[in-house]
Design a protein around this ligand. Structure first.
Ligand code: SAM
Ligand code: SF4
Length: 335
């Protein structure tokens, strides 16, 4: 039983009553999280990728970007700086870069966990369920694996022949392993429709996720989708507000893609149901090269400033940067 039915969801997605939707989403966020906003420091440690996703600037065939890989010591140094500056969650993210062996990722996780009182999230793409299980044993707490869309034909097209079933199998295996699991979609991919977004919302809700991220599609000039229209920002805000109504206790980030439309995009997201922000703490020398879409990491800041700026953003809304790890509040139904 959903808290909203498909017709109501469609009504709100079409802009039927934005004021009511955003007010309700803000109330539900407040009831579940109070004034606390969780901050996740994201270390984008490699922009090398073996995939060809048509939407993403890191895709392997893109020869226009300057590729980098941080060494283990560099990753540990950045994680340390983030932790010392108050971050309670370190997100390790990269392209699908298999040069980081299972053992190496395991060592990085173990070392971060032994040195700092933080949660570690892995966003490393399609590594095997066995590898993720091993990293869970090493101490990793969470994963972030977006489905990008829940339409299998669109998925197959945008990810060049890959199968949504396989991605979903991985997401479910990670839940079984015991991870807090995050997933989500991109709003406004080629071929999407409002009916598809309704289906996405219900599908993501059924997955009982600990975190759901949904940001607008932003075309990258060096991808096959360079001429595709940018995702609709209002539909994106409505989507996350509806996620909040359907998943009251799930962590929902105000994605950095929102800031590509409006410098206050993440603030608006936090006022409309989101309760998480994920500042990049990638070293200044590499930040701009993590160019998933234009505008990403365009401001050159060091780790300290990145976290301070995020905290200031939270305070500017009269919210409070949480001093906890912001672990998932939601309990999954036993099936
Ligand atoms: N390689 C891993 C994976 O694909 O799961 C993690 C890194 S990937 C760059 C992180 C996320 O960036 C993807 O899940 C996708 O949602 C987002 N992304 C990539 N290209 C995008 C674009 N053009 N617009 C909006 N989001 C995009
Ligand atoms: Fe690689 Fe992830 Fe980008 Fe796909 S979305 S090209 S897997 S970094």
């Amino acid at each position: 039983m959903y808290l909203l039915n498909a017709q109501e969801i469609e009504f709100y997605l079409n802009g039927g009553n934005d004021q009511e939707l955003y007010t309700r989403a803000d109330q539900v966020r407040q009831e579940n999280f109070g004034d606390e906003v969780y901050l996740r420091a994201i270390v984008e440690f490699s922009n090398v990728c073996n995939k060809k996703c048509k939407y993403c600037g890191l895709r392997a065939p893109n020869s226009s970007i300057n590729r980098y890989r941080l060494k283990k010591t560099e990753i540990l140094d950045v994680a340390e700086l983030a932790a010392v500056n108050g971050a309670k969650t370190i997100v390790l993210q990269s392209g699908d870069d298999f040069s980081y062996s299972s053992n190496m990722v395991g060592e990085i996780v173990r070392e971060i966990k032994s040195r700092h009182d933080v949660a570690v999230t892995l966003s490393l793409g399609d590594r095997s369920a066995e590898e993720y299980a091993y990293w869970f044993e090493c101490g990793a707490d969470r994963t972030l694996i977006k489905l990008e869309t829940t339409d299998s034909r669109i998925y197959n097209d945008i990810r060049c022949g890959e199968s949504l079933k396989d991605r979903l199998k991985l997401v479910k295996a990670l839940q079984e392993t015991g991870y807090e699991v995050g997933s989500g979609i991109i709003v406004g991919l080629p071929g999407y429709s409002i009916q598809q977004l309704v289906a996405d919302l219900l599908f993501l809700t059924d997955l009982e996720l600990d975190m759901v991220a949904a940001g607008p599609f932003i075309p990258h000039p060096d991808t096959p989708y360079s001429d595709v229209e940018t995702g609709n920002i209002d539909i994106s805000y409505r989507f996350t507000a509806l996620l909040r109504l359907l998943n009251p206790q799930t962590n929902i980030p105000a994605t950095s893609a929102l800031d590509s439309f409006d410098s206050k995009g993440r603030e608006t997201g936090l006022r409309r149901g989101c309760n998480v922000i994920m500042p990049s703490v990638t070293p200044s020398a590499n930040r701009a090269d993590y160019n998933i879409y234009p505008g990403k990491n365009s401001v050159s800041v060091d780790v300290t400033d990145s976290i301070t700026n995020a905290e200031n953003l939270i305070r500017s809304l009269n919210f409070v940067p949480s001093v906890t790890k912001g672990s998932s509040k939601r309990k999954r139904n036993v099936k």
